[in-house]
Design a protein around this ligand. Structure first.
Ligand SMILES: Cc1cc2nc3c(=O)[nH]c(=O)nc-3n(C[C@H](O)[C@H](O)[C@H](O)COP(=O)(O)O)c2cc1C
Length: 360
C-alpha cells in the first residue's frame, strides 16, 4: 500500500501531498478533500491575515478530522529602492487605466506579519506546518516542535536541503524547476537553482537523511512511481489539483490550465518580484520590455495586487497571475479525491506490472 517514512511521520494513508497554493486555489474544501481521501491537504496561508488563517483552519477542521498542513512564507527584507518603486508604480498605471481602476494613493503594505501568522498556527495546534522562501528562526522551529508540530521546509538545491536539515526540520520538499508557482530558492540566484525534479530528488536524497518530498511536474501515478524510484518518500502536487471543483482558482484560470500545453509556462518576476512559474500572459510579455529594475518581492507583489484583482473581476486572464507547472497537458477537472485515488491506483498498477516484467 505504498507506506513510506513520510506516510508514517504524517499519519496519512498515501504518499501524496496537495501543494499549499496561496492566493486562492488551496481552499479549506480542497485541503479537506485531499486529507479525507488519504493524502495530506494543505492551506497556502502566506498571504492571509492571522484572523483569516484562524477561520480557514476552523473550516478545514469542520470538514475533516484527518491531519492537514498549513504553509507560510519565511519573510525577506528587500532593499527598498524608493526611486525604482516610484518608477514601477508609475509604469503600472497603464494597466490600471486599461482596467478602469484608480492609481495607488500610497504603496500598500507588502506582507503580512509572519510572527503573528506563526502564533495562530501554535494556538491552533496545526499538525503539520511547511515553509517556503527560507528557513524559519530557531525560536520558531523550537516553539513548533514543543507544540508537537511536524515541520517541512522547501529546497530547490541540495545545499538548501542540507541547510534545512541542519536547522532541524522534519522533512524536505525538493522543488524541481518544472513546479508551478513561486520558486522556494533562498541561497542562490533563482535562475541558477532551476534544477529539474529528476535531477534534484536523487541528489537531495543522497545528501540528507530526512525524508524528501518530490515536487514539480508530478501529475499522476507515473510521476509518483518515478519519484519513489528516485528516493522520494512522497510527492507534492499542485497543478494536478488546480482545476478541480474544490480549487478556488478563478474560472478563467482553470480554463487556461485545461487548454494549455507543456510549453505554455515561463519563470517570471513580473508579478511579484520573485521568480515563479506561470502560464505566459500579455502582462509577462509586456514586462519583459520594462526599462528599469523590477522591485524585489514582496514590494512588486503589493504593487500589482490591485491590477491582478481588477483583472480577475473583469475576467481578463492576460493580466492575472496564472501559476502552473510544466505538466499542464496532464491536468484535468476531476474532484480532488479522484485525483488522489487515480494516482494511487495507477501507481500500484504500474508497480505490479514492473515487478512482473523485471527479470529475476
Ligand atoms: C497556484 C500555485 C500556488 C502555489 N503557492 C505555494 C505556496 O503558497 N507555498 C508553497 O510552498 N508552494 C506553493 N506553490 C508551489 C507548490 O508547493 C509546488 O512546488 C508545485 O505546485 C509543484 O509543481 P506542480 O504544480 O507541477 O505540481 C504553488 C504552486 C502553484 C501552482
Amino acid at each position: 500500500m505504498l507506506k513510506t517514512t513520510l506516510t508514517r511521520m504524517l499519519k496519512i494513508d498515501y504518499p501524496i501531498l496537495q501543494a499549499p497554493m496561496a492566493g486562492g486555489p488551496a481552499t479549506p474544501a480542497l485541503a479537506a478533500a485531499v486529507s479525507n481521501a488519504g493524502g495530506l491537504g494543505s492551506l497556502g496561508a502566506g498571504y492571509l491575515t492571522p484572523e483569516q488563517i484562524r477561520s480557514a483552519i476552523r473550516e478545514v477542521r469542520e470538514r475533516t478530522d484527518r491531519p492537514f498542513g498549513v504553509n507560510l512564507f519565511v519573510p525577506e527584507q528587500p532593499q527598498e529602492d524608493a526611486e525604482a518603486i516610484a518608477r514601477m508604480n508609475a509604469y503600472l498605471d497603464r494597466y490600471r487605466e486599461e482596467l478602469g481602476i484608480a492609481q495607488l494613493s500610497e504603496i500598500p503594505q507588502a506582507a503580512e506579519n509572519f510572527e503573528e501568522q506563526v502564533k495562530v498556527l501554535l494556538e491552533q495546534g496545526v499538525p503539520i506546518v511547511s515553509f517556503t522562501f527560507g528557513i524559519p528562526s530557531q525560536a520558531i522551529i523550537h516553539a513548533l516542535r514543543q507544540r508537537g508540530t511536524t515541520i517541512i521546509g522547501t529546497a530547490t538545491t541540495v545545499q538548501e536541503a542540507e541547510l534545512l536539515e541542519a536547522a532541524g526540520v522534519d522533512a524536505i520538499v525538493a522543488q524541481g524547476s518544472e513546479a508551478g508557482g513561486h520558486r522556494g530558492t533562498f541561497t542562490s540566484g533563482a535562475s541558477d537553482a532551476l534544477i529539474g525534479t529528476m535531477a534534484l530528488v536523487p541528489q537531495a536524497t543522497d545528501h540528507v537523511k530526512l525524508p524528501v518530498i518530490a515536487s514539480g511536474g508530478i501529475m499522476d501515478g507515473r510521476g509518483l512511481v518515478a519519484a519513489l524510484a528516485l528516493g522520494a518518500s512522497a510527492v507534492q502536487m499542485g497543478t494536478a489539483f488546480l482545476a478541480s471543483p474544490e480549487s478556488g482558482a478563478h474560472a478563467a484560470y482553470k480554463h487556461k490550465i485545461l487548454v494549455s500545453r507543456e510549453d505554455a509556462t515561463q519563470v517570471t518576476t513580473a508579478y511579484s518580484g520573485k521568480a515563479a512559474r506561470g502560464i505566459r500572459t500579455e502582462f509577462m510579455r509586456d514586462m519583459q520590455d520594462y526599462p528599469g529594475t523590477i522591485p524585489a518581492y514582496p514590494l512588486q507583489n503589493a504593487m500589482t495586487r490591485d491590477i491582478r484583482q481588477a483583472a480577475a473581476k473583469a475576467n481578463k486572464p492576460e493580466y492575472m497571475s496564472l501559476w502552473a507547472g510544466q505538466g499542464l497537458r496532464l491536468a484535468g477537472e476531476a474532484a480532488a479525491a479522484d485525483v488522489v485515488r487515480r494516482t494511487m491506483e495507477q501507481a500500484e498498477r504500474l508497480l505490479g506490472r514492473m515487478a512482473g516484467t523485471l527479470p529475476g
